[in-house]
Design a protein around this ligand. Structure first.
Ligand code: FES
Length: 334
C-alpha cells in the first residue's frame, strides 16, 4: 500500500497505509478513524482536505463540493482521492473532529419547540443518556425520530455544556422527512436519537485577524454557536455577523445575538433582507452585498470569513471578498 500522512490544524499526525486503488477516506476508516464525511460520493464537500505532496487520482465529484480554484491549489475530497504513491495532506480541522470510535449515537428527548420566524422553529433537545454534551461550535448532529428512519443533519446553535443541552434552528418543509413530522406531531418529552457531534466546520486561530460571520437563513445556527463561543472565551478579535433572509418575516435570532453583543464588546451584528416590507428600516440586499459594503469601509488586516448558507451565497461571498480567507460549512443544506 501507499503511505499517507494526514496532519490536523493542531498538529496531530495520522499515518495510514492505503491499499492500491483505495481512497484515503476508506483507509482512515479501516484504521478506525472516521474523518468528517457524509455523502462519500464527491457531492457534499465535507471530506475536503489539501494535498501538500504526492501524486493522486481524484475521482468524479461536483464543482460545488470542490470549486476549481481549490482544486488548482491541491484541494481534494478524501472520499474521491486515490493515492498513486506516498502522499501528505492537511486536514482543515483539529484532531477532536476525528471520530476514533465511529459516530456516537445518543438518546435524547425534546425539551421545547418554539416558532421563531416564518417556517422556522427553535428546537431544544436534552440528552437523556448522560449530561456530557461536549462539541465544538460549528459542528452538526443528525437527528432521528425513532421509528421513522428519518435522519437529517442540523447544526448546533449553542455551545458545548454539561447539561446535555442541544439547540437547533430548523426550517420546516411540508414534505421534509424530519421537519414534516416535527411540525405535525412531535411534542416536548418525545424521544429523539442524536448521531454526533460531527463535522469539520469551526473557528480557526489566525492571530488577531477580524472574524466576520455570514449567515443565510438557518445557516445562522453554527455561526451563532461560534459567536457564543467567542463570548464565553472573551476572544479579543473584532467580530461581526451578517444575517441575510428573504423577508423580515424570515429573520430570527435577534435576542440571542443581542445577548452575545452584551457579553462581547468587540462583536456587532447586522440583518438584511432581499424583499423589504413597509415596516422594514434595515438594509435591503443579500449578506454578500452587506459584506461588500463593509469591506469597502474596512481598514486593517483582511477579515477571515465564516459562511453558512446555500451554495450560491457562498459563491457570492467569495466573489465579494477575493482577498479574504473563506471558511464555509460544506455539508448542510440550509
Ligand atoms: Fe466526500 Fe461528501 S463525503 S464529498
Amino acid at each position: 500500500g501507499h503511505q499517507v500522512v494526514l496532519t490536523t490544524t493542531d498538529g496531530a499526525r495520522l499515518e495510514l497505509c492505503c491499499p492500491p486503488g483505495g481512497t484515503v477516506l476508506e483507509a482512515a476508516a479501516e484504521a478506525g478513524a472516521a474523518l468528517p464525511a457524509s455523502c462519500k460520493q464527491g457531492t457534499c464537500g465535507s471530506c475536503h482536505a489539501t494535498v501538500t505532496s504526492g501524486e493522486y487520482d481524484l475521482g468524479p465529484h461536483s464543482a460545488l463540493a470542490l470549486p476549481p480554484d481549490e482544486l488548482a491549489h491541491g484541494g481534494v475530497l478524501l472520499c474521491r482521492t486515490v493515492p498513486c504513491g506516498p502522499l501528505t495532506a492537511e486536514l482543515p480541522y483539529p484532531q477532536s473532529r476525528i471520530l476514533y470510535g465511529g459516530v456516537p449515537e445518543r438518546a435524547a428527548e425534546v425539551e421545547s419547540i418554539t416558532t421563531v420566524a416564518r417556517d422556522t422553529v427553535h428546537l431544544v433537545v436534552t440528552l437523556t443518556d448522560s449530561p456530557d454534551c461536549q462539541f465544538d461550535a460549528g459542528q452538526f448532529v443528525e437527528l432521528e425520530l425513532p421509528g421513522t428512519g428519518a435522519r437529517r443533519a442540523y447544526s448546533l446553535a449553542n455551545t458545548g455544556n454539561w447539561e446535555g443541552r442541544m439547540e437547533f434552528y430548523i426550517r420546516l418543509r411540508p414534505d421534509g422527512a424530519f421537519s414534516g413530522p416535527l411540525a405535525e406531531r412531535v411534542r416536548p418529552g418525545d424521544p429523539l436519537t442524536v448521531h454526533g457531534p460531527q463535522g469539520a466546520f469551526g473557528l480557526h486561530e489566525t492571530g488577531l485577524r477580524p472574524r466576520w460571520l455570514l449567515a443565510g437563513g438557518t445557516g445562522l445556527a453554527p455561526l451563532l454557536a461560534m459567536a457564543r463561543q467567542m463570548a464565553e472565551w472573551q476572544d479579543p478579535q473584532p467580530a461581526r455577523l451578517f444575517l441575510g433572509a428573504n423577508t423580515p418575516a424570515d429573520l430570527f435570532g435577534e435576542p440571542e445575538l443581542k445577548a452575545v453583543a452584551a457579553e462581547l464588546p468587540s462583536f456587532r451584528y447586522e440583518f438584511t433582507v432581499r424583499e423589504a416590507d413597509p415596516g422594514w428600516t434595515g438594509s435591503v440586499g443579500t449578506a454578500a452585498d452587506l459584506l461588500a459594503r463593509a469591506l469597502s469601509a474596512h481598514t486593517g488586516p483582511a477579515p477571515d470569513l465564516y459562511v453558512c448558507g446555500p451554495p450560491p451565497m457562498v459563491d457570492a461571498v467569495r466573489r465579494a471578498a477575493p482577498d479574504c480567507q473563506v471558511f464555509h460549512e460544506r455539508f448542510l443544506a440550509t
